[in-house]
Write a protein that binds this ligand. Structure first.
Ligand SMILES: Nc1nc2c(c(=O)[nH]1)N[C@H]1C(S)=C(S)[C@@H](COP(=O)(O)O)O[C@H]1N2
Ligand SMILES: [Mo]
Length: 197
């Protein structure tokens, strides 16, 4: 009996409380891309928020760099069961990008250079929950991890963090993006294990 008690207690103490259910810690940084890495030069890069009003809000690389830059330290969780704790990024908060955007729509579709898409409710992008990130670990974001810039939405599974992001379309109703059309959950909260649907 004491053996079972000790073993069980040991396991629960070892389990990091920052680790969502079904996740395992990694110390490397796996690369998960559905296709080839697009080569995007910052000189050609732009980020556009498109709304139902027809007004586009567009930032070139220089426009982006002129905005308030934030340091972000956060845990990330991939649906394929790896988590990485305390990752450090620099980027621009979506709150900053949405400051002058007027929309009556509650959902967004993120679009990437290379064609990847993923749907994210607007609420999951605001109030300090998401960034357009261009540095990882104090270095420019490597191309295989989404450089020059990617979305990070760390409180949702990492497939929502679109690499090589080029913009967001405001949409009236929630619609599945690339992985969501292939069976991934529409929202993807790792604490609720919203993996598939
Ligand atoms: N454009 C684009 N963004 C993407 C993906 C992709 O294939 N293309 N894969 C997603 C998935 S499934 C995960 S887990 C993370 C992986 O990011 P990483 O390669 O930096 O670890 O990126 C997400 N963003
Ligand atoms: Mo993933």
């Amino acid at each position: 009996m004491s053996f079972i008690t000790r073993g069980f207690g040991g396991r629960s103490r070892d389990r990091d409380e920052r680790l969502p259910p079904g996740q395992t810690l990694v110390h490397d940084f796996p690369v998960l891309s559905a296709g080839p890495t697009p080569e995007v030069d910052t000189a050609d890069w732009a980020f556009t928020i498109h709304t139902e009003t027809g007004v586009d809000h567009r930032w070139t690389w220089d426009d982006l760099m002129a905005l308030p830059i934030e340091d972000v330290s956060t845990d990330i969780h991939c649906v394929t069961h790896w988590s990485k704790l305390g990752t450090s990024w620099r980027g621009i908060a979506l709150d900053t990008l949405f400051a002058d955007v007027e929309t009556g729509y509650d959902y967004t579709m993120a679009h990437s250079y290379g064609g990847y898409t993923t749907n994210v409710p607007l609420d999951d992008l605001l109030d300090g929950k998401a960034w357009v990130a261009f540095e990882f670990d104090g270095e420019p974001l490597p191309a295989e991890h989404g450089g020059p810039a990617r979305l990070i939405v760390p409180h949702l599974y990492f497939w929502k963090s679109a690499k090589w992001v080029r913009g967001l379309d405001m949409i009236e109703r929630d619609e599945p993006g690339f992985w969501e059309q292939n069976g991934y959950h529409l929202r993807g909260d790792p604490w609720k294990e919203e993996r598939y649907w």
